[in-house]
Design a protein around this ligand. Structure first.
Ligand code: GDP
Ligand code: MN
Length: 378
């Protein structure tokens, strides 16, 4: 999971890495009061998950109150590489003389970690890496030994000739490493790590990626997750034991089993339709699961019809049918629902649905075609 800058800076602050005083804001008014607290000039920074915000116009220095409001207004709502800016970080402006780069990441090929530093940090680091790789020092860190003092010292000496500044850099790198290991990160990056005009070394930007495979060891990190509307639905489905992935078509799918769910989407495509989602309600579907499934699918405003495709093995078709009836009772269905139920207790299921508004399908292909037709074609 990739954190936004303001979240990554919380990790930095906890680890004891110096960062500017700053405040997260969501509106122009909040930016104005944050600037009042922090003092002018201040820097307004778009909080999005993509890099290169500076070059895209997402990082702006404001010297006056007027500039705070005009910059905040310009950046909020801006589109940066497909991400809409909804949060701003208002940060005290820092005067600096040097921009360094520092990062720790996993080096799979060498089964180790790698510490990378460069004195040519800032917005052009990719170019530096491509054109003048000798300006980047890479130090391999053995996971059993950890980052050694001689290594942080070597990195610090690569960045500065000044003993006092080297000390500060070495201390920051050691903290960055401890932070990386103790939080199970896959990337900890500072770009730029600046030398201020009064000789302090401080992290102006922060990038942190948490290894998803280690999230179970840090359940509180879930709080950092910022979900889009689609992801909210997907998380909710997960909590109910369903796997749901939103797509862009008009035919909502409710299916048991991942394989059948894939086949159902294929068939809808084959007959010229577009599935609105992937949804696997899993085995042994209780009527309750059907209620949740219908609720999830109908909350997608793009859905025009629903295709329920169930193969009853352990799952009993009559349970599914009761679930469907219950769902229709709880919240009257405004969408046409095509139902194909086959397998265990299918005769009972068909009886339950007889004379209701659910549209029966004789087989999968018939169901797919009817659902597309009900959705008003492709
Ligand atoms: P990125 O472009 O997404 O990596 O965003 P950064 O946070 O790294 O900001 C881009 C650039 O803006 C930095 O490399 C700095 O040159 C500049 N910048 C950011 N904060 C400050 C600040 O407080 N003062 C000054 N003078 N420049 C800043
Ligand atoms: Mn940066």
């Amino acid at each position: 999971m990739k954190l936004l800058e303001y979240q990554a800076k919380e990790f930095f602050a906890k680890a004891g890495i110096p960062v500017p005083r700053e405040k997260l804001v969501l509106s122009v008014n909040e930016a104005l009061s944050a600037a009042g607290e922090l003092g002018l000039p201040c820097v307004l920074k778009a909080q999005v998950g993509v890099g290169g915000r500076g070059k895209a116009g997402g990082v702006k220095l404001a010297k006056t109150t007027d500039e705070v409001s005009s910059h905040a207004d310009a950046i909020l709502g801006m589109d940066i590489k497909g991400e809409r800016v909804e949060r701003l970080l208002c940060s005290e402006a820092i005067n600096f003389t040097e921009e360094f780069y520092a990062s720790i990441t996993t080096d799979r090929a060498n089964r180790s970690m790698v510490l990378m530093v460069s004195a040519a940090g800032g917005v052009d680091i990719e170019q530096v890496a491509a054109q003048t790789p000798n300006k980047i020092l890479k130090i391999s860190v053995d996971p059993l030994l950890g980052l050694q003092t001689f290594q942080t010292r070597r990195a610090a000496m690569f960045l500065s000739d000044d003993k006092e500044i080297q000390k500060q850099i070495a201390a920051i790198l050691a903290k960055l490493y401890r932070m990386y290991v103790s939080n199970d990160l896959s990337l900890a990056e500072i770009n730029p790590l600046v030398l201020t005009s009064d000789n302090q070394v401080i992290a102006l930007d922060a990038k942190v990626i948490i290894d998803d495979n280690a999230m179970f060891r840090h359940p509180n990190f879930e709080g950092y997750r910022i979900l889009s509307d689609d992801e909210v639905l997907e998380q909710e489905a997960k909590q109910h034991g369903l796997s749901y992935i939103k797509l862009s078509g008009k035919v909502g799918c409710i299916v048991n089993g991942a394989g059948l769910a894939m086949a159902t989407m294929d068939l809808i495509k084959r007959y010229g339709g577009e599935p609105a989602n992937f949804l696997d309600v899993g085995g042994s579907s209780s009527p309750d699961k059907m209620l949740v499934a219908i609720d999830l699918v109908t909350r997608d405003p793009g859905v025009r019809s629903i295709f329920v495709n169930i193969f009853g093995g352990i799952t009993r078709c009559d349970d599914i049918a009761s679930g469907l009836l219950q769902a229709a009772k709880d919240a009257p269905l405004t969408l046409p629902v095509v139902v194909r139920l086959t397998g265990t207790n299918e005769v009972e299921a068909h009886k339950i649905l007889e004379g209701t508004s659910f549209i029966p399908a004789s087989d999968m292909a018939d169901g797919a075609r009817k659902a597309i037709e009900q959705a008003g074609g492709s």
